[in-house]
Design a protein around this ligand. Structure first.
Ligand code: FMN
Length: 306
């Protein structure tokens, strides 16, 4: 049977399907449930310096091609998070997502995460709807570079940089993040929605992030562009609902994938379903391991020059 183990930087995973930040990952219990259900790793909800309540409701709205959300980075704050995860048994398979408004915030958060016994972080440089943090920080290539350089110098953490797709030039951002161990592409797209009879916006915050099947082509393009330009390790995320979607991301350069919105629809069996599908695809196509298909549509020259 083909192997679906993978490596992102020096992080080895038994399988490539990871829980994305912000979906059913608010408590240690719900995170553990994803791991026990077959996720190769999990990313926590993004954690900041202080507790944030988030935006007034409605914060989520379902549309035909996915979800709109403006949760507003609600989170318990780093100190409460550390307390909650004190005796968490799966720290090695957990990537702690952090967000901040300055280099100092990010470094302080990273050091606290490391002090609490975790060894991997994902930098949320990309939340599309909260002022002063997220993609406002993440669109500033110099700031992104300083954040990653400082964390690398002052901790031993394995770092994933989650970049915003809400820019025209994602390559510059990727290059500014090159000291990270891997890129995570993509966060949600800035979007809004209108209810025609109440004549109200569907989200209290008006603008939110768009996720789910409708954003998959954008995410695939981001992975393809960044892999082609940098050849670096990438974790693909955006609209992945089934194993076929996952394979598409591997073929254009992702070494692992994350699922968010689909977990809300498909529930916890989704991890095993996707992993089984990947194994069957590799077997039936004559590959012995997942690494054989990563980036083939970029590396074998078939797309060069187009
Ligand atoms: C309700 C909700 C909350 C989210 N919260 C976060 C978050 O706290 N940090 C983050 O980096 N991404 C967050 N995201 C973005 C997801 O991690 C993911 O990048 C995005 O939803 C695209 O993947 P998907 O189409 O599989 O959902 C959130 C997405 C949703 C739908």
């Amino acid at each position: 049977m083909a192997s679906i183990s993978t490596k992102v930087g020096n992080f080895s995973l038994d399988n490539p399907v990871i829980l994305a930040s912000g979906i059913l990952d608010e408590t240690s219990g719900s995170i553990l449930r994803s791991i026990r259900s077959g996720a190769g790793a999990v990313v926590t909800k993004s954690i900041g310096m202080k507790e944030r309540k988030g935006y007034p409701t409605p914060v989520i709205s379902e549309i035909s091609t996915g979800l709109l959300n403006a949760v507003g980075l609600s989170n318990p704050g780093i100190d409460n998070f550390i307390e909650e995860f004190k005796n968490f048994p799966e720290k090695k398979r957990t990537i702690v997502s952090i967000f901040g408004g300055s280099v100092e915030d990010f470094v302080t958060l990273a050091r606290k995460v490391e002090g609490a016994g975790f060894d991997k972080i994902e930098l949320n440089l990309s939340c599309p709807h909260v002022q002063g943090v997220g993609s406002e920080v993440g669109q500033d290539a110099d700031l992104v570079e300083s954040i990653i350089t400082e964390i690398k110098e002052r901790t031993n953490l394995h770092i994933w940089a989650k970049l915003t797709p809400n820019v025209t030039d994602i390559i510059s951002l990727a290059k500014a993040s090159e000291k990270a161990d891997a890129y995570v592409l993509i966060n949600t797209l800035r979007a809004t929605g209108v209810e025609i009879y109440s004549r109200k916006f569907v989200l209290a915050n008006i603008v939110g992030g768009y996720s789910g099947p409708g954003i998959k082509p954008v995410a695939l393009r981001a992975v393809y562009d960044v892999y082609k330009e940098t050849g670096k390790d990438i974790v693909g995320v955006g609209g992945i609902t089934n194993w076929q979607d996952a394979i598409e991301f591997f073929l254009v350069g992702a070494r692992a994938i994350q699922i968010g919105t689909a977990l809300l629809y498909e529930d916890y069996p989704i991890y095993k379903k996707i992993n089984n599908g990947i194994t069957q695809y590799l077997d039936s196509e004559g590959f012995s391991g997942l690494d054989e298909i990563v980036g083939v549509m970029v590396n074998d020259g078939t797309l060069q020059g187009h």
